[in-house]
Design a protein around this ligand. Structure first.
Ligand code: MTE
Ligand code: MO
Length: 257
């Protein structure tokens, strides 16, 4: 999925000056943070920065996601669309900030979900314990800002159910995640408590495989692909803004509907 990314040959950020109007519009709509760099745009969207039309289509793809879902923006109570099982893609489509051949599988036997921050019961959880919690199944669309999407079937405990179970302070502002591949990520509490936000352990009825986040990943119906961390190792409830991998490189923290 990654296009060859060579920071040494990257043109100046001035390339973006040709697209200031489009970028300004995306900033106003909360889809980009101020100060997007050309490198971040290239890395996240896979666009070829040496071709102006490619830069433009990457920006248009980001805008396209927002079109038609405007009414849902900033309404965490709204349910996102779901789909019939017949449309589920098997296997799912891989993406990460590196190539699929670089995925380092997580050893489920040693793995524990570590808990931190504003949580009463911070005892770590094993894969088996999490997989035994009552599951919710979501058949939802995954949209990557690279400009592709697919429908997937994800099962696991609702994050809201889990947060209450561990005595998390659900009045806190943020839930932050750490991952095995150093991809920090965070969401607002309203999204964490949304009924279509789950800690997924299964895809299409089977244990999630290595490239797709085994043993635990976040799946939200209301956020873009990059807001859904794979290979989660730790979760923290906090009032201090935690940011995230792409967010610190100029992408919107909200990142969704
Ligand atoms: N840990 C981790 N999670 C991640 C990423 C990553 O690089 N590392 N990439 C994100 C992006 S940009 C996308 S589109 C989705 C891809 O998920 P999939 O491979 O299951 O389709 O994972 C997201 N979660
Ligand atoms: Mo993505």
């Amino acid at each position: 999925m990654r296009s060859p990314f060579r920071p040494d040959t990257l043109p100046d950020d001035a390339v973006l000056d040709d697209h200031r109007k489009l970028i300004g519009g995306l900033e106003r709509r909360g889809l980009l943070r101020h100060g997007l760099s050309l490198g971040a745009l290239a890395m996240l969207t896979g666009c070829d920065v040496h071709r102006p039309d490619s830069v433009q289509s990457a920006l248009l793809a980001i805008r396209h996601f927002n079109d038609g879902v405007q009414a849902w923006l900033f309404n965490p109570k709204q349910l996102a669309a779901t789909y019939p099982a017949s449309r589920v893609l098997k296997p799912p489509k891989f993406n990460a900030y590196y190539d699929v051949t670089k995925v380092k599988p997580v050893n489920g036997a040693d793995w524990r979900l570590e808990l931190g921050g504003l949580i009463t019961d911070r005892r770590p959880w094993t894969v088996g314990e999490i997989a035994a919690l009552p599951p919710t199944t979501l058949i939802i669309k995954h949209i990557c800002v690279e400009g592709w999407s697919y429908i997937g079937q994800w099962s696991g405990v609702r994050l809201g159910t889990f947060l209450r179970r561990i005595g998390a302070d659900t009045k806190a502002k943020y839930v932050a995640f750490h991952t095995a591949d150093d991809y920090p990520s965070s969401i607002d509490m309203a999204t964490a408590l949304h009924p279509q936000t789950i800690l997924a352990v299964r895809y299409a009825g089977e244990t999630i495989t290595d490239p797709f986040g085994y043993p635990l990943r976040l799946r939200m119906a209301t956020k873009l692909g990059y807001k859904n961390p794979k290979w989660i190792t730790a979760m923290e409830v906090t009032n201090t803004y935690p940011g995230g991998y792409w967010e610190s490189r100029g992408f919107s923290w909200f990142g969704g509907i």
